[in-house]
Design a protein around this ligand. Structure first.
Ligand code: SF4
Ligand code: SF4
Length: 378
């Protein structure tokens, strides 16, 4: 047993990942992490480290994503897939309530069970931790707490991973949300592969993380390895070609409600809603009631929704954002301006998903400079 504390750094070998997984299973967690499914990265239940996309890398650009084989056996040698971890805390579809008609003509209401296994999230990146912190402000720290989110956030274990390579779509460095993790994890890994060894430098981020590591044989970290880890993360930051300057936000967007760039983007936007669905901070939803054909049973569901549909802007009597331009403007202005007023934080963490999964490659890191009247540098 070692006596580890927050901030301590130790070293595991690649083979130790299986033992770490076993310890988390023994402690009653269900492990979830990136897997390869249908040619993409899907966050799903892991049967062990072998289910991770070992030996694969991601190539993500505005409007495109592909996986490609690596020349090494890295477990975390890719960046982000389409899905974010929010789906585990804030599910896309959630049954809230069941209603049944009683024989005496009355109605029986019952809240749906929201029990969920405690999760061990394996492979969470820095921008994702920042996104979870943003969602905490919305669901936990505002005037209304979401009990489902609160319960799921309480019982989990996070193994974060420092990014040592960036995709072309990433711009977390410009927002200070990555590529190195700083807070919000139990353990943080930096994967280092050299001629001789395949190692993980592990940073302990919580007492829960320290307790898990105490059960795992490990070596103390040495300075050369620490330096190598720092250099890899710095290099990942330096290699990011995209950036988002926030210096004049939110004023820039409030003062440019009628900027011609909104017409331009409105003409390109398909209003498909992908950008909001893949965004790790977006939180809009709607309620839907499903009633059986006999009218005896009904269920109330909460489903993710997006700013981009006409129906989402329906307020008693009609829709208030009738043009595609107005709906995209609402999305971006909320994320980069009104969000700051509401929650004291930007609604963007620089993950790049919205531009990768936009079918027409609309890129907020190009739209904002265009509104500023700057040339877009790529
Ligand atoms: S707005 Fe785009 S880049 Fe920013 S957090 Fe959402 S998906 Fe990621
Ligand atoms: S910006 Fe792109 S992803 Fe978002 S709604 Fe428009 S077309 Fe879809």
């Amino acid at each position: 047993m070692s006596n580890l504390h927050m901030g301590d750094e130790v070293v595991l070998t690649a083979a130790d990942l299986a033992t770490l997984y076993d310890i988390l299973m023994q402690q009653g967690f269900q492990a979830v992490g990136p897997t390869i499914q249908d040619g993409g990265l899907v966050l799903d239940v892991l049967g062990g480290p072998a289910d991770l996309p070992q030996g694969w890398t991601s190539e993500a650009e505005a409007g495109s994503f592909r996986l490609a084989p690596r020349t090494d056996a890295a477990f975390f040698g890719y960046n982000l897939g389409m899905e974010s971890w929010k789906k585990f805390f804030y599910p896309p579809r959630l049954a809230l309530l069941q209603v049944q008609s009683r024989d005496d003509g009355g109605l029986h209401f019952q809240a749906c069970s929201q029990e969920a296994l405690p999760l061990a999230l394996i492979g969470v990146r820095a921008c994702e931790l920042a996104a979870l912190a943003v969602q905490d402000r919305i669901f936990l720290e505002g005037p209304y707490q979401d009990p489902v989110y609160a319960e799921r956030r309480r019982a989990h274990f996070i193994i974060a991973v420092n990014c040592t390579e960036a995709d072309a779509a990433c711009f977390c460095a410009s927002l200070g949300t990555g590529p190195g993790v700083t807070a919000g994890f139990d353990l943080a890994l930096t994967e280092i592969i050299n001629d001789r060894e395949h190692l993980f430098l592990v940073t302990v981020g919580s007492s829960q993380g320290a307790a898990v590591m105490a059960n795992l044989p490990h070596r103390p970290a040495w300075e050369e390895l620490r330096q190598q880890a720092r250099d890899l993360v710095r290099q990942a930051a330096r290699s990011q070609s995209r950036a988002l300057s926030t210096a004049d936000l939110p004023r820039l967007l409030y003062d440019n409600y009628s900027h011609p760039q909104w017409d331009d983007v409105g003409a390109r936007c398909l209003n498909c809603g992908n950008c909001a669905l893949v965004c790790p901070t977006c939180f809009c939803h709607r309620l839907e009631d499903a009633i059986d054909l006999e009218g005896r049973e009904a269920e109330r569901w909460r489903l993710w929704d997006v700013c981009h549909t006409l129906q989402f802007s329906y307020i008693h009597g009609g829709c208030i954002r009738v043009s595609p331009k107005s709906r995209y403007r609402q999305w971006l202005t909320h994320k980069l301006a009104a969000w700051i007023d509401q929650f004291g934080t930007l609604g963007c963490v620089g993950c790049g998903r919205c531009l990768v999964w936009c079918p027409v490659a609309i890129d907020l890191t190009a739209e904002i400079p265009a509104i500023r009247g700057q040339q877009v540098k790529m």
